[in-house]
Design a protein around this ligand. Sequence first.
Ligand code: AHG
Ligand code: MN
Ligand code: MN
Length: 334
Amino acid sequence: MLRQFEEGTTLDRFIAESEHLHPDASGRFSALLHQVSLASRLVSARVNRAGLAGMLGATGDVNVQGEFVQKLDEYANEAFKRALEHAGCVGAIASEEDEGPYRVPERFYSGRYIFCMDPLDGSSNIDVNATIGTIFCVFRRKSEEGSPAQMSDILRPGTDIVAAGYVVYGSGTMMVLSSGRGVHGFTLDPYVGEFFLSHPDIRLDGEGRTYSCNEGYAGTWPDGLRAWVDARKGEGMGWKSRYIGSLVADFHRNLLKGGIFLYPGSKKRPEGKLRLLYEAFPLAYLVEQAGGAASDGQRRILDLTPSELHARTPLYIGEKALVEEIVEVLSTRE
Ligand code: AHG
Ligand code: MN
Ligand code: MN
């Protein structure tokens, strides 16, 4: 661990030190991270006061996924877009809440990065004060910066990702980030308004015994998967089940404590529920950086390419050995 990445380092300093490790850096990537930090602090403040600031409940709109848009979904979507659009670092933003990509308005410079996000994950948990979050990943565009970003800059294999992260708005607010040199966690000090490095170099290579899935759907799962979960339920086996229904919160817990998150497809919906570009991709990038793995049941998530912005995928993500077991179980169809 480099000395400059010690606990207590501000996110600001971490960004500057990381940039220093890339002699050809232009500062655009650092600008992007600063704006992400700003937007997540805005959202965090709003989440904390949601019940007092009239931010609970739905807007009355339905998004492209057919889900009711919550007020905080909309606030977070706007906060990230506004923080990023004028900073000269991104050319387009793909969001769960927008049908098409949001291209930076002409009056601003169309920068070299593409930002893909689920601005607020776990919307169904807003009204009960349970943990929610923001999930994002970053690509470097292929087309010339300064010109409008293209769809081909966005629909790319996960192996093209240059950075990813998430922010959990829980009992505290934490940002977990990777730009290819390990996974680092920063905790927001709400009194100072700054993120501080609290979890340097997070690793996921233990023997965690937690599985996270919506067992209410077990009847729709592939038989092998049901058998795998059932086999973990005996007395004295040491397994725990944890599921709040916010991907970001369930994933975060497993990243720190060890385990696996499972969201399979069903016969009716073989592609499952979670979205590839801005839910599965970022977490797959982080999990691999930490030593874990992510699969759709057959293929490595990062080897996939989304067919469209809101394409879905089954997701098995967490400790490598557990993900491998699941892939094995799913390959032997009864
Ligand atoms: P979002 O709030 O961004 O639409 O995502 C909700 C997702 C995800 O966070 C979670 O893992 C999943 O929905 C829970 O789904 P179930 O209620 O089907 O278990
Ligand atoms: Mn989500
Ligand atoms: Mn969402």
